[in-house]
Design a protein around this ligand. Sequence first.
Ligand code: IMP
Ligand code: MG
Length: 175
Amino acid sequence: MAFQPQLKILISRDDIAKAVDRLACEIQRDYQGKQPLLIGVLKGSFVFMADLIRQLDLPPELDFVRLSSYGSARESSGKVRVVQGVKTSIKGRDVLVVEDIVDTGTTISFLLDYLKKKKPASLKLCALADKPSRRRVPVPIDYCGFSVPDKFVVGYGLDYDERFRNLPDIYVIED
Ligand code: IMP
Ligand code: MG
């Protein structure tokens, strides 16, 4: 039988909704009069991205990238690869990357370097969650929803081996 982990609620859907509202306000304030290009990192950010853009009173353009890091269910291997790159031209654009969670920072710093080479006018990062205690590569997070403890979290787009992405709240997997 598949591993049945115990899930303990960490962040409720109401608290997620409040954080998404707050982030949308901050983004809107900073991008006044601009048309940012939001780039979501698949697959984890798709639920967050869908909620965020519906709270933004801006005309955002969207694109997605998909990265792979050949790791186990809980650890990325540290070797990141772009599986699906951006389709939109980002030269001269105000780019805002939307990520689910920044853990060691390896994945997102690789992506930010990849995007920087394409010469955007500006490049910022919005992350739903940050696990600062695990950081190995420093990453500036311009808009951050939550700081989470050093635990594996699932739900609201975040998965454990492709499971639990559909849960509306965020849970910790208990060992
Ligand atoms: P990093 O490269 O170590 O920062 O790992 C980042 C990626 O690993 C994220 O984009 C997530 O897809 C995944 N990840 C890291 N921590 C968690 C977690 O607690 N739950 C679900 N996915 C996670
Ligand atoms: Mg991810």
